[in-house]
Write a new protein. Structure first.
Length: 367
């Protein structure tokens, strides 16, 4: 058996295991819709892995859009544009970009063994220098330059760089498919041309795809004994938002999160209320049970502060329902009775209380 055929068959066998163990009857998800959502997630993940891993070259890095309206994986936000690429701890890189009107930009370096196990380093736009035209340049290297403000020390075992541009606008930035960012990454120093693909390089690319898929599905909870404190397992009830620890790969260390499952039976509405804290950005989004955002291209499934009607003092009242209840701040569940609600508070400046939820008859709402 050739090396590439072995790698290819191992990928196919892995997809079979994911089907049986991650989204099959032996897993947590049982309904036909849950299983279909799981298959959609796996195919979206495979698409992302093929784009980011199959042809990855840490000597010739290229940023890829990590999330699109048709490639959702790992808990996306309709208000954020994500880019990623593989890197090597033994190489120095220069990242050039522009704020492009974003309220927050960050980069995080995922590190670990053969797959990302945590955030090894991070930097946000409050910490690095931005020029008057919004442009910036960041160095990733082992050794510091003379000016370290726009420098990220490359951690041991560095594998991946993920960037986030968050926007707080009247529309969802991810629904604007024409929106592009000025963002590029290059190595410091030149490397020899790799030549044409070989059996070894193609096989290694297939193996990277398999590792990525395995780490984000079957091994997603590897090493985790308890859920983070900000994750509620009780329907329609949030815990207090908190920042994650560095041991959670692909999370932003300066964002406070709060997640809770929702259950809204037919004829009911879930009223979510609270107060927007002082922070760089605040927003909530509805996800499927596999943490894919609902259809923001065609319906209102998320709200940030620019989109939310408040009482003028920062207090909000958001309503989840299957149909328009005739009140402000309606989030459309699309007829789904369950899923996840996910809050993000970027660079919070004060303690945050958990959003409150109350299940009511939809016809009891004024309007």
């Amino acid at each position: 058996m050739t090396e590439s055929r072995r790698a290819f068959r191992e990928l196919l066998e892995l997809l079979d295991r994911i089907d049986a163990q991650y989204i099959g009857e032996t897993g947590e998800y049982k309904s036909a819709l849950d299983v279909a959502d799981g298959h959609r997630l796996v195919l979206h993940g495979l698409r992302r892995a093929l784009g980011s891993q199959l042809e990855a070259d840490t000597h010739r890095p290229v940023f890829q859009r990590a999330i699109t309206p048709t490639t959702k994986f790992g808990g996306d936000s309709p208000d954020a544009i994500y880019h990623e690429c593989n890197v090597s701890a033994d190489v120095s890189y220069r990242i050039r970009g522009n704020m492009a009107g974003a309220v927050y930009v960050s980069l995080s370096v995922q590190s670990g063994g053969s797959e990302a196990e945590g955030v090894g380093a991070s930097l946000n736009s409050e910490q690095f220098e931005v020029k008057p035209d919004g442009s910036f340049e960041i160095l990733l290297s082992r050794t510091p330059p003379a000016d370290t403000r726009n420098w990220v020390q490359m951690p041991e075992g560095a594998l991946n760089v993920l960037t986030r541009h968050y926007f707080e606008e009247a529309g969802n930035v991810m629904a604007d498919t024409a929106r592009r960012l000025d963002l590029e990454i290059s190595t410091v120093g030149d490397f020899p041309s790799p030549g044409e693909p070989t059996v070894e390089s193609i096989s290694a690319g297939i193996e990277r795809v398999s590792r990525w898929m395995r780490s984000r599905t079957l091994e997603e909870s590897k090493g985790r004994t308890t859920m983070p404190s900000w994750v509620s397992v009780v329907p329609n009830r949030f815990n207090e938002p908190e920042k994650p620890g560095a041991g959670m790969a692909y999370a932003a260390l300066d964002i406070a999160y709060a997640m809770a499952p929702f259950h809204v039976p037919p004829g009911k509405a879930l009223v979510m209320s609270g107060h927007f804290p002082a922070c760089r950005y605040a927003g909530v989004v509805l996800w499927s049970r596999f943490r894919q955002s609902f259809d923001y291209m065609n319906r209102r499934v998320s709200l940030n502060r620019a989109q939310t009607v408040t009482d003028g003092a920062g207090n909000y009242r958001i309503v989840l329902a299957e149909r328009d209840p005739g009140v402000p701040n309606w989030l459309d569940t699309g007829g789904r009775t369950s899923g996840f609600m996910y809050w993000r508070f970027l660079l919070p400046e004060e303690p945050m209380a958990a959003p409150r939820c109350e299940l009511v008859d939809i016809d009891s709402l004024p309007g």
